[in-house]
Design a protein around this ligand. Structure first.
Ligand code: VGL
Ligand code: ZN
Length: 206
């Protein structure tokens, strides 16, 4: 069960965008069904942050940017291994827009990530090079946040990586699994659960 939110709790709703929901370019099964319960939970929090995956056309994380490469295969980037994805969340397209029924009018901050052509960004805090900040850590510190509660898409990538970085930054972290859905490529779901458990992320299971 999610505890009653306190004033130093921040809900981070990750990538609830058309391309990650059914019918989208990188659809995560179960995405649409999360919208209503996320709206309901968000209404209980004073502070809500949304993240938005936001890529330029031809982004380096797209398989289509690498001749002969298929989506869901891995290549070596200067910053390490990178899964190649179908083209998705291209800025200013319908796919990059938030789901039309996502309704969190008191959202305090929207963090866009993945906008830099050569570097992908799963985490809401750091790009996939592990060092380039998005700015969210600074905002949370300025707000004197203590605990970060995460949900959204996809559990095994952007939600999970954000949870691990939030722990690394010293926040208490909860990942709400019933308000998240996974892509699950090559064991990615099991891997992120293990990593979260090892890092002290509290996974809320119901
Ligand atoms: C995501 C793959 C590529 C996510 C974003 O939101 O989990 N996954 N871009
Ligand atoms: Zn992306």
């Amino acid at each position: 069960m999610l505890p009653t939110p306190g004033p130093r709790d921040v809900l981070v709703v990750v990538d609830m965008q058309n391309d990650f929901c059914e019918g989208g370019a990188l659809a995560v099964s179960g995405g649409n069904a999360l919208v209503a319960p996320i709206n309901a939970v968000a209404a209980r929090f004073d502070t809500v942050v949304l993240t938005q995956d936001w890529h330029p056309a031809g982004h380096s994380s797209f398989a289509s940017s690498h001749a002969g490469r298929d989506p869901f295969t891995t290549i070596e980037m200067p910053y390490g291994p990178q899964i190649l994805w179908p083209d998705h969340c291209i800025w200013d397209t319908h796919g990059a827009a938030f789901h039309r029924d996502l309704h969190i009018p008191h959202t305090r901050l929207v963090v866009r990530k993945g906008w830099d052509h050569p570097v992908d960004s799963y985490s809401a805090f750091f790009e996939n090079d592990g060092v380039t900040p998005t700015g969210l850590a600074g905002a949370l510190r300025e707000w004197d946040a203590e605990r970060v509660i995460l949900c959204g898409l996809a559990l095994d990538f952007c939600v999970g990586w954000s949870a691990l970085d939030a722990r690394r930054l010293g926040f208490s972290v909860m990942l709400v699994e019933p308000l998240s859905a996974a892509i699950d490529v090559d064991g990615s779901l099991a891997a992120i659960r293990t990593a979260c458990d090892d890092a002290g992320v509290v996974r809320i299971l119901e």
